[in-house]
Design a binder for this molecule. Sequence first.
Ligand SMILES: Cc1cc2nc3c(=O)[nH]c(=O)nc-3n(C[C@H](O)[C@H](O)[C@H](O)COP(=O)(O)OP(=O)(O)OC[C@H]3O[C@@H](n4cnc5c(N)ncnc54)[C@H](O)[C@@H]3O)c2cc1C
Length: 313
Amino acid sequence: MSVLVFAEISDGKFKKATFEAVSYGRQVADMLGTEVVALAIGNGVNTADLGQYGAQTTIHIASSESFTPDAYAVAANAVANEVNASIVIVSNTYTGKSISPRLAQLMGASLATNVVSLPNTTQGFVVKRGVFSGKAFSFVDLQRDKKVIAITPNSFELATFDSTGTTTSSSVSLGSSGLSITAVNKVTGKIPLTEAEVVVSGGRGMKGPENWHMIEELANILGAATACSKPVSDMEWRPHSEHVGQTGITIKPNLYIAIGISGAIQHLAGVSSSKVIVAINKDPEAPFFKAADYGIVGDAFDILPQLITAAKN
Ligand SMILES: Cc1cc2nc3c(=O)[nH]c(=O)nc-3n(C[C@H](O)[C@H](O)[C@H](O)COP(=O)(O)OP(=O)(O)OC[C@H]3O[C@@H](n4cnc5c(N)ncnc54)[C@H](O)[C@@H]3O)c2cc1C
């Protein structure tokens, strides 16, 4: 028996969420007295990176094919059988969310997505999940022998190990997919929103795309990703990849700075799990102030230049 972790690769590098999944997998494996094996499908990655975060073995399947959830799930299932894995950990990212149900079906496994806790094995195998867009938690007992767990990025500390682990090849190869990829639109040159520890976000109060240089400048100084409310991306002031909320991306950074965003319930659904929220709004009655840890009542066009200067200093 082993614990298998699916490692995501983006532009020849492992994602931070993957290191968290590997660290999580190692803790689960230690609890169960077994080993953690990572599965990396792709090219040009340094598999020793996974060892540092807890993988005892990495199985590498070289492939230059674009990601397709069906082919990757079939390969992951075959590797899970090969290494006798009863638990597979993935990240609750777009990639992980597209693989995990397919993999659970192939394995005949229980599936839990959006998981934010280590399993409690004192009675069954219970994990805590974020539900209703992060408004509540549910505790689910994964009763089947095999389990697929998708963990929420930024929910677990990275553990580091003085080891590089070992890398082995597999008899499994990536098969063909029933899907044909017509286009791949990549967000380039930025910190991925789901992995960012700090996010600077703007709403309709920013008045127009010509004012976004202030959001970007503050984000650059803070090493932050940029985000926006839904109307802002609907009006094409910003790309849809930055839209957070119920119908956009759910994020969980350490710090979320919301500028000129009212704090509608649909927006909060995607950001309310942030560890610290700062709202800047000229309306003292803006709903965001009820959800924020810190609030600045004022005009964004006065506050932002001051914040940028302060952050530079
Ligand atoms: C089914 C459904 C799903 C939805 N999903 C999402 C979602 O995923 N994400 C999302 O964001 N929204 C979503 N919405 C829309 C949501 O209800 C709100 O309409 C939206 O979040 C409002 O965006 P906003 O705060 O940028 O704009 P507004 O509501 O227009 O608010 C602008 C804010 O800026 C402030 N402001 C104005 N000028 C300044 C200034 N100079 N300085 C400082 N503050 C200023 C105002 O006081 C106001 O609070 C959804 C709605 C529905 C019905």
